[in-house]
Design a protein around this ligand. Structure first.
Ligand SMILES: Cc1ncc(COP(=O)(O)O)c(CN[C@@H]2CONC2=O)c1O
Length: 281
């Protein structure tokens, strides 16, 4: 596998990460996951723009332009001959002796790699189970931070209960999944949490909202409660790797008919159809 680290493309045996890298010590960094379909990057610019936004929000200064980042991502895909998979890129505040305050002269460390992973066709077809979990994360969920312990613990709680994804609930309101955004369909209206500090404004979320507009599906970007979620006619979660995953149960309670709903299927079909238009050649 070919990795990227600070300007070089290198094999794993030549890759090293300092024990004093703040990403390793504090999770002091940001990251992105960019999908590859048939060898082409998908919504790469949107992901890389968000990477720069996240870095700026944690006051890490990036020395790469979008076009330079795009070139790195494309070279990772090519050098690793990825057909269907994703590119992972992360930036940390850099290496310095352990101390909470920002080091005066550290240099950000950026690494990237590419992996082959197939689309989750079975779960896209059959649907997933979600487990509600109290959202005890910090209040800057809009930053795609390496600080993922809250997400990791929630995902594990879902798995402990035989579910595929956790559903974060804070102050009684449904927020997002542990690594996804969520949508509910009720009486023909598509509901999703507004893009604010309580959720990550997912790229797939934005694609779904655009598709809903194209299909003239009314959308309300409004918060809803867990009990309202349980009353939805349809429910699904979205992410770069999960695409549009139907949700058939939440806390073992069936959603709608307990099978993927017709509007979710319509959105899935439209999502698949638009992929070629959005790839970066
Ligand atoms: C907390 C959280 N919310 C929403 C999303 C959906 O965002 P995208 O639509 O931009 O993917 C993710 C994706 N997290 C990435 C996606 O794949 N693996 C991850 O950790 C996420 O971690």
């Amino acid at each position: 596998m070919i990795y990227f680290k600070d300007g070089e493309f290198l094999t794993e045996d030549k890759l090293n990460v300092s024990v004093n890298d703040r990403g390793y010590v504090f999770g002091d960094g940001v990251y992105e996951v960019i999908k590859v379909y048939d060898g082409a990057l998908y919504t790469a610019r949107e992901h890389l723009e968000r990477l720069l936004e996240s870095a700026e929000k944690i006051r890490v200064s990036m020395s790469y332009t979008i076009d330079e980042l795009l070139e790195i991502a494309q070279k990772l895909q090519a050098d690793n001959q990825i057909s269907v998979g994703h590119i992972y890129i992360q930036v940390t505040r850099g290496v310095a002796p352990r101390a909470h305050q920002f080091p005066e002269d550290s240099v950000p460390v950026m690494i990237g790699y590419a992996v082959e992973n197939a689309r989750p066709l079975e779960i896209l077809q059959q649907g997933a189970a979600m487990k509600s979990v109290e959202d005890v994360r910090w209040l800057r969920c809009d930053i795609k931070s390496l600080n993922l312990l809250g997400n990791v613990m929630a995902k594990q709680e879902a798995f402990d209960h035989g579910c595929q994804e956790a559903l974060f609930v804070r102050d009684g309101l449904v927020r997002e999944g542990s690594s996804s955004n969520v949508f509910g369909m009720k009486d023909g209206i598509l509901y999703t949490h507004p893009a604010n500090n309580f959720i990550l404004n997912g790229i797939t979320r934005r694609v779904v909202l655009q598709i809903a507009e194209n299909l003239a599906i009314p959308v309300k970007e409004e918060e809803f409660t867990l009990s309202q979620a349980l009353q939805m006619d349809e429910f699904f979660y979205t992410s770069t790797n999960a695409e549009i995953t139907p949700v058939v149960t939440i806390d073992q309670q069936p959603i709608g008919q307990g099978v993927p709903g017709p509007l979710t299927r319509k959105l899935q079909t439209a999502f698949e159809a638009q992929i070629p238009k959005l790839v970066v050649a």
